[in-house]
Each structure stands twice: as structure tokens, then as C-alpha cells.
Ligand binder design. Structure first.
Ligand code: IMP
Ligand code: MG
Length: 181
């Protein structure tokens, strides 16, 4: 049976304090950029859940939520390369200011798929917020408008990010070493 590490056994890459400070900065930036407007945050389940809830509380504007779910990962560390929409938004995005909230931009396949899907809704504007960005792994031309941290090509867990559904509840972003994958 697979065993899982405890929070104290993994190397912290980005601490909860660093995350909180950066999320506050991103919230201020969004507040500034959308003055006088309302926004819909569309969170990508489940990894973006903590990022969405923390970021939303740092935006001093009218923000509503919707959630989608995509499948691309077979449960391990590498993408199957194929993205499928498992749960769509509940409400139309037509004419709305939409910000897609994602945990991490890796190859970019997920977000370029979502961007294309959402543009079909004819939103007023469409931007992307990602807590983490593994720039070196990108194989599409998608980029984040609000990015928390650029990180090296290491597999990370915590603050919503998982390995086979585990570790999402760790408060810091930690590196999962290859021997635990
Ligand atoms: P992309 O489509 O390759 O950009 O992958 C984005 C998705 O892959 C994210 O939403 C994550 O679910 C997952 N992912 C990519 N890298 C990591 C990682 O280091 N840890 C956990 N999940 C990851
Ligand atoms: Mg994800």
C-alpha cells in the first residue's frame, strides 16, 4: 500500500506567509484593474479552491463564483495531454468579466482549452489567474494575467495542489520528491 508523507516531511518551496502576501498583492491589482466593474471568478476544481477563496477575499469589488471541473491527469504526475470538461459553469458568462482561477500553469493545455471554451460564451473580458507557473514546461502560447509565483520544473503539492488527490490540505506549497511519486 502506498504511504503518504506528513506536512513536516516535505521541503517547503513557498510558505503560507509568502502565499498570503502574494495573494494580497494580486487582489489589490485585480481591485485596481476592474474598478467600477463586477467579476466572475471561475475556479478550476479542485486544486484552485484555496487560491480562489483567499484571492476573492482580497478583492474589494463585487465578485461572484462559478466552478468547473476538467480531467486531464490520470491521477499521477504527468498529463495525458487530453483535456475534457467534466463539469461546466452553472451560469452563462456572456457579457461578464471572467477570471479563470487555476492552481498551476504547466504545459498550458488545460488553460488553452478552457480559454477557447469560454470565448464561445462571448464574455466581456477573459483573464487567467494562476497561483503557480512552471514556465519551462509550456507547450502552448497561453500565459497568466495574474501569476503568483514562477517555479522550477518540480512536482509540487499543498495549498490545493494534489498528488493522486492527496496533500491538498498542506498549508504550504511543498516539493514531492520523485521517490514519493
Ligand atoms: P497543464 O494542462 O499541463 O498546464 O496542467 C495543469 C494542471 O496539471 C493543473 O491544474 C494541475 O492539476 C496539474 N499539475 C501540473 N503540475 C502540477 C504539480 O506540480 N503538482 C500538482 N498538480 C500539477
Ligand atoms: Mg488542477
Amino acid at each position: 500500500m502506498q504511504s503518504y508523507a506528513t506536512a513536516t516531511e516535505l521541503r517547503v518551496l513557498i510558505s503560507r506567509d509568502q502565499i498570503a502576501r502574494r495573494v494580497a498583492e494580486l487582489g489589490e491589482k485585480i481591485t485596481h484593474d476592474y474598478q467600477g466593474e463586477t467579476i466572475i471568478f471561475v475556479g478550476v476544481l479542485k486544486g484552485a479552491s484555496f487560491f480562489l477563496s483567499d484571492l476573492a477575499r482580497q478583492v474589494k469589488l463585487d465578485v461572484t463564483f462559478d466552478f468547473i471541473s476538467v480531467s486531464s491527469y490520470g491521477g499521477g504526475v504527468r498529463s495525458s495531454g487530453e483535456v475534457r470538461l467534466v463539469k461546466d459553469v452553472d451560469n452563462s458568462l456572456e457579457g461578464k468579466n471572467v477570471i479563470i482561477i487555476e492552481d498551476i500553469l504547466d504545459t498550458g493545455l488545460t488553460l488553452s482549452f478552457l480559454r477557447k471554451q469560454f470565448l464561445n460564451h462571448k464574455p466581456r473580458s477573459l483573464k487567467i489567474a494562476a497561483l503557480l507557473d512552471k514556465v519551462s514546461r509550456r507547450i502552448t502560447d497561453v500565459r497568466g494575467d495574474y501569476v503568483g509565483f514562477e517555479i522550477p520544473d518540480e512536482f509540487v503539492v499543498g495549498y490545493g495542489l494534489d498528488y493522486a488527490e492527496h496533500y491538498r490540505n498542506f498549508p504550504d506549497v511543498c516539493v514531492l520528491p520523485p521517490e514519493l511519486q
